[in-house]
Design a protein around this ligand. Sequence first.
Ligand SMILES: [Zn+2]
Length: 56
Amino acid sequence: MAKHFLKVTCKDCGSEATIYSRATTTVACSVCGATLSIPSGGKANLVGCTVVEALE
Ligand SMILES: [Zn+2]
């Protein structure tokens, strides 16, 4: 089953965020403003965060 949401932690400040795995916009950390994910070919490309777990 495809996982649609990813729980991630920001590499800069360690705060948790939930990112849609097919996000089509750049996602920034709500705490420090670091870029967490950029869109790439219909999928989110995680650039500034580490995946904690995939959510249904
Ligand atoms: Zn952050």
